[in-house]
Design a protein around this ligand. Structure first.
Ligand SMILES: Nc1nc2c(c(=O)[nH]1)N[C@H]1C(S)=C(S)[C@@H](COP(=O)(O)O)O[C@H]1N2
Ligand SMILES: [Mo]
Length: 257
C-alpha cells in the first residue's frame, strides 16, 4: 500500500500477473506450514484428529515415513539391557485401556492359542503344548508411553522358537496379535525374531497373573509397553499392515524403546 502526501491511500498499480504463480506458491507453502503447526498443536493438546483431514494425512504420512527410518536404523542384534532380580519393581504396575478389575479372567484349561496366515502349521496350541517348548526368561525394563517404567521378570518361549515351530514365513512383513480383551497390535518380522522377544507364560515363578496378561503375553523389551500385547488369543503372519489398538489412534507404529 502506498500513501500520498496528504496521507490518503493510493492503490499500487503493479501488474500482478507476473507474480501470480509465485504468490500461489507462497500461499501453498504457508498453508502447509499452518497445517503442520496445527497438527503439532493437536498432538500436544491430545485432541482427536478428524478423519480425512489434511492435517491428519500429513501426520500419518510423516509417521509412516518415521516407521521406515526406524526399521532401517533398528539393529537386529542390539539387546535391551537386563537387570538383577533385586532390581525388579515391586509391585509391578498394571496398565490397560480399562481399570484393573476389568482384566479378563480366562480359563487356562480350555485355552487355545489360534495361529493363522503365512504359516505351515495352523493347529492351535494349549498351554501345556506351549510349556512343552524350551523355556527361558529375562529381567528387563518395560517402558510405557504414559511416562512410567518398571523392571519385571518374564519367562516363557523364545518367540523365534515358536515361529519356527509353526513354520512361519519369516520373509513376511508382520506378525499380528489379537487379544481376549479386544486389544490388538503387530510387530515387524525383524522384531518378532529378535532374541529377546518372548512369548511369556510366567511372571517370576508364577503363571502370569490376570492383570499382567494371563495366560499369554508377548514381552518385547525393544519396544514401548503398548507393543507388548497381553491376553493373546490369536497370532497371524501377514504382509498386510495390521496396525494396533493405539497405533490406529496415532501412536507411532514402530515405537522402539
Ligand atoms: N491385551 C492388552 N494388552 C496390553 C494393553 C491392553 O490394554 N490390553 N495395554 C498395553 C500397555 S499401554 C501397557 S503399558 C502394558 C501394561 O502391561 P502391565 O499391565 O503388565 O504393566 O500392556 C500393554 N498390552
Ligand atoms: Mo503403555
Amino acid at each position: 500500500m502506498n500513501f500520498d502526501r496528504d496521507g490518503r491511500r493510493r492503490m499500487a498499480t503493479v501488474d500482478l500477473s507476473d507474480h501470480r504463480a509465485q504468490l500461489e506458491n507462497v500461499q501453498r507453502r504457508l498453508l502447509l506450514k499452518g497445517a503442520l503447526s496445527l497438527g503439532a498443536l493437536t498432538l500436544l493438546s491430545g485432541c482427536n484428529l478428524q478423519d480425512g483431514d489434511a492435517v491428519d494425512k500429513v501426520l500419518w504420512a510423516m509417521s509412516r515415513w518415521n516407521d521406515r527410518v526406524q526399521a532401517w536404523l533398528f539393529s537386529r542384534s542390539r539387546l535391551a539391557p537386563t537387570y538383577a532380580a533385586s532390581q525388579i519393581t515391586q509391585p509391578f504396575p498394571f496398565n490397560a485401556f480399562y481399570p484393573e478389575y476389568d482384566a479378563p479372567d480366562l480359563d487356562g484349561s480350555t485355552f487355545r492359542l489360534e495361529v493363522s496366515g503365512k504359516v505351515a502349521d495352523k493347529r492351535s496350541w494349549s498351554l501345556d503344548d506351549l510349556r512343552g517348548l524350551p523355556q527361558s526368561g529375562q529381567i528387563t525394563r518395560h517402558i510405557c508411553i504414559e511416562g512410567w517404567s518398571a523392571i519385571g521378570d518374564w519367562r516363557g518361549v523364545a518367540f523365534r522358537t515358536f515361529l519356527e515351530r509353526i513354520g512361519a514365513d519369516t520373509t513376511a512383513r508382520y506378525v499380528g496379535f489379537k487379544c481376549a480383551d479386544k486389544y490388538y497390535s503387530s510387530l515387524d518380522m525383524a522384531t518378532a525374531l529378535h532374541p529377546q522377544t518372548l512369548l511369556s507364560l510366567d511372571f517370576g515363578d508364577e503363571p502370569l497373573p490376570d492383570k499382567y496378561g494371563y495366560p499369554l503375553k508377548l514381552r518385547v523389551p525393544t519396544k514401548l509397553g503398548f507393543k507388548n500385547p497381553k491376553h493373546i488369543a490369536a497370532i497371524f503372519v501377514t504382509d498386510d499392515y495390521p496396525g494396533g489398538y493405539w497405533e490406529d489412534q496415532g501412536y507411532n507404529w514402530f515405537s522402539g524403546s
